[in-house]
Design a protein around this ligand. Structure first.
Ligand code: F6R
Length: 608
């Protein structure tokens, strides 16, 4: 989604800002811009489209100043064109502002400002905020920003500069992530550490209601009530090489191939072989406290919601724990039944998804204990929950989530194992489950080593515009996830269904033009799914099946198949989702789609 980067220091700001924005491209955006204090005023350059359009526009007219702000915008108010792109200036043209989030009362504020003679050149809420800051300006940018923010409802991460204070960047956050980068004699502000990692690994995460004032002499953090706030400086422990493509054609492919390591990293240090259980100190819950919960509610969005559905299966099957899964966006608006005997688990790769964050706040306000399974360290959800587990999958740059998904499922298996051992699972069963978990990275490698077979299978989708993905039991969510991956990156319409539901409607769609992907490893519902495959074949449908090694029965029935190694049936989603990721990838590449940045999608969805 939108990206922010700002700089104050001795070096030319334009290069630093453009490089920073490049690092944020993966988040998805549709326009970009810079504002640099150039000695006489604020020089704003912006353009609709990709960063390359902006750099072409700038050409060799790069502004010379050493203080500036840069932004990538993902449209929410107004079309993705140049006039709506950020930065926006105030009425005087001497203040420039960039903004992530949504100002909910922008309409009312604009009416007041129009009456006072302000003229607007864009359709954005951000321009209204820039004018409001200008309206309050009387010699102190810090004060003007604070006063303006008192009038604002909604979510924001902002960075502001003024030609009258050429060495100052003011930043503030409420509901949209922002951090300060602490360099040597230079300071940064960014919505994502990736933007500034090239220059510093020392960062201060802002919390809601806080402002940062960066100047040539250092930085200060304060809140809107003017109290100075003392915040720790955190060290980022991943480096730029981790977010480079490392020889792969796309980030998505690199991330798919990283899964043996990322799954192992998620488990690292958490498995207690002797006790047949998992060590999860980060949950901040004693065994006694864990035993007191009567039910679990898991909340998430998109791919993370699919992981949650697998978690529901694991928690009920292994731990016999009543579990429900909620779309975060629905949960918060429907008066959910939650109390202090409910454990609410939020799952999020980015840790910034607005709906998931709001669901957590809702759950907390109703007395629930909350835990987060989150990938991005220091992210808002990770800091909002009472405890949790970092996924440790490493930075995920491709917009379509892959390695975060398998790490989420792995983390859920760790939580399920701990609860299961507290609720009656035997030591031997716990130890056997741990052995199955430990084998997963090697088995995923076996699947990845046969990626070429999946590349060849991509032919199967040539000419198709629709597809069905069918699975049962714990592999029903994998059908949903496989279909989501396919539609996100290849733009082929794909739907996931529980296989037995097919006869209640979707079967009407089956013909020779509708490929049907069955996720059918050998498990308790194997014979049922064989019947479902026969139903499709009887109607002239074309079937690709994901099956267990040695399953000749389905191999003979299907038009094409791909085998996965045997594992504990509760853990098959990890092995069945990987080939579906690769399959979607190869189909999308064949269709010449922008795999890492699919149209209209954003990596981190920080608006409702
Ligand atoms: C799909 C995808 C999205 C995210 C969803 C939630 O490939 O990436 O569906 O899963 O936007 O994002 P997080 O996990 O960051 O909360």
């Amino acid at each position: 989604m939108c990206g922010i980067v700002g700089y104050v220091g001795p070096r030319p700001a334009a290069d630093i800002l453009l490089d920073g924005l490049r690092r944020l491209e993966y988040r998805g955006y549709d326009s970009a811009g810079l504002a640099i204090i150039n000695g006489t005023g604020v020089q704003v350059q912006k353009a609709a489209g990709k960063l390359s359009v902006l750099t072409e526009l700038i050409g060799n007219r790069k502004p010379k100043g050493t203080t500036g702000i840069g932004h990538t915008r993902w449209a929410t108010h107004g079309a993705p064109n140049t006039s709506n792109a950020h930065p926006h200036t105030d009425g005087s043209g001497r203040i420039a502002l960039i903004h992530n989030g949504i100002i909910e009362n922008a309409g009312a504020l604009k009416t007041v400002l129009l009456k006072r003679g302000h003229e607007f050149t864009s359709e954005t809420d951000t321009e209204v905020l820039a004018h409001l800051v200008g309206e309050y300006y009387s010699g102190s940018l810090e004060q003007a920003v604070a006063s303006a923010l008192h009038d604002v409802d909604g979510a924001y991460g902002i960075a502001v500069v003024s030609a009258d204070e050429p060495d100052v960047v003011v930043a503030a956050r409420k509901g949209s992530p922002l951090l300060v980068g602490v360099g040597e004699g230079e300071w940064f502000v960014a919505s994502d550490a990736a933007a500034i990692l090239e220059h510093t690994r020392s960062v201060v995460y802002l919390d809601d209601g806080e402002m940062a004032v960066l100047s040539r002499d250092g930085y200060r953090i304060r809140n809107l009530a003017e109290d100075e706030v003392d915040k720790p400086v955190n060290q980022i422990d991943w480096d730029l090489a981790t977010i480079e493509r490392d020889g792969y054609e796309h980030f998505m492919l690199k991330e798919i191939f990283e899964q043996p390591e990322s799954i192992a990293d998620t488990m690292r240090g958490h498995l207690l072989d002797d006790e047949g259980s998992s060590r999860l100190h980060g949950l901040n819950l004693s065994d006694e406290e864990l035993c007191q919960f009567e039910r679990i509610v898991i909340t998430a969005c998109g791919t993370s919601w699919h992981a949650a559905l697998i978690g529901e299966y694991l928690l009920e099957d292994l731990a016999r724990m009543p579990t429900e899964v909620e779309y975060a966006s629905e949960f918060r608006y429907r008066n959910p039944v939650i109390d202090d005997r409910t454990l609410v688990i939020a799952i999020s790769q980015s840790g910034e998804t607005a709906d998931t964050l709001a669901a957590i706040k809702e759950a907390k306000s109703r007395g629930a204990r909350t835990i987060g399974l989150v990938n991005v360290v220091g992210s808002t959800i990770a800091r909002e929950v009472d405890g949790g587990l970092y996924l440790r999958a490493g930075p995920e740059i491709g917009v379509a989530s892959t390695k975060a998904f398998t790490s989420q499922v792995t983390a859920l298996a760790l939580v399920a194992l701990r609860l299961a051992r507290l609720r009656g699972m035997s030591l031997e069963a716990g130890q056997a489950f741990i052995a199955d978990l430990r084998a997963l990275p090697r088995l995923v490698r076996v699947v990845l080593d046969r990626a070429e077979e999946l590349e060849a299978l991509a032919d199967f989708f040539t000419g198709s515009t629709n597809a069905l993905y069918l699975g049962r039991g714990v592999n029903f969510p994998v059908a949903l996830e496989g279909a989501l991956k396919m539609k996100e990156i290849s733009y082929i319409h794909a739907e996931g269904y529980p296989a037995a539901e097919m006869k209640h409607g979707p079967i009407a769609l089956i013909d020779e033009n509708m490929p049907v992907v069955f996720i059918a490893p050998r498990d308790a519902v194997h014979s049922k799914i064989v019947s479902n495959i026969e139903e499709v074949k009887a109607r002239g449908g074309r079937v690709i099946a994901l099956i267990s090694d040695g399953d000749d029965e389905i191999a003979k029935l299907a038009d094409a198949s791909f085998t996965i190694p045997m594992t504990n049936s509760a853990l098959t989603p990890i092995l069945t989702s990987v080939p579906l990721q690769l399959f979607a990838y190869y189909v999308a590449v064949r269709r010449e789609c922008n795999v890492d940045q699919p149209r209209n999608l954003a990596k981190s969805v920080t608006v409702e």
